[in-house]
Write a protein that binds this ligand. Structure first.
Ligand code: GDP
Ligand code: MG
Length: 163
């Protein structure tokens, strides 16, 4: 059974950029699972020869009905429920926000393994935010740049180690 990894976090931290980075040319849009919100993308990533299924959760732009925050929380909860592991993403440059803490609480409560990712840390930017991320109680953050492809090997190591 191919493990399912859900990418979770508040809007604009770089979840979709990371999804695209990890799925690369193997990215495949597949139909939504029945009963789940449509605002999710599924793809396949290859981590050193290990195939995983990646789930990208929506940004603000997809939220239409109900309160945006409620919809996003619900969608994250659904993605988490079907996942074997959670990739929890924050923006290292922005540091830890209240919204990050809220999503982190949901991730923690799931009891599933979480890999904490501090994105937008290219060229050692956002060091304060990376250190700040320890406060989320999700273990040691991995500093990456989804956009520039930095730290992706470390991320893959942690994901494979935690699965
Ligand atoms: P999402 O809402 O969490 O899916 O975030 P997106 O993937 O849509 O990215 C939000 C914004 O952050 C976009 O403008 C991206 O170009 C930018 N971004 C994503 N990853 C990085 C990164 O590693 N470094 C920098 N500097 N910007 C990034
Ligand atoms: Mg997105």
């Amino acid at each position: 059974q191919t493990p399912v990894v859900a990418i979770v976090g508040r809007p604009n931290v770089g979840k979709s950029t990371l999804f695209n980075r990890l799925t690369g040319t193997r990215a495949a849009l597949v139909s939504d699972l029945p009963g789940l919100t449509r605002d999710r993308r599924d793809g396949v990533a290859d981590l050193y020869g290990n195939e995983i299924r990646l789930v990208d959760t929506a940004g603000l732009e997809e939220a239409q009905r109900g309160s945006i925050a409620d919809r996003m929380r619900k969608q994250s909860e659904q993605a988490i429920a079907t996942a074997d592991l959670i990739l929890f993403v924050i923006d290292a440059r922005a540091g830890v926000t209240g919204s990050d803490k809220e999503f982190a609480r949901i991730a923690r409560q799931s009891g599933k393994p979480v890999v904490l990712v501090a994105n937008k840390a290219e060229g050692h930017k956002g060091t304060d935010g990376v250190l700040d991320a320890f406060s989320l109680g999700l273990g040691a953050p991995i500093a990456i740049s989804a956009e520039h492809g930095e730290g992706i090997g470390d991320l893959a190591d942690d994901v494979l180690g935690a699965l």
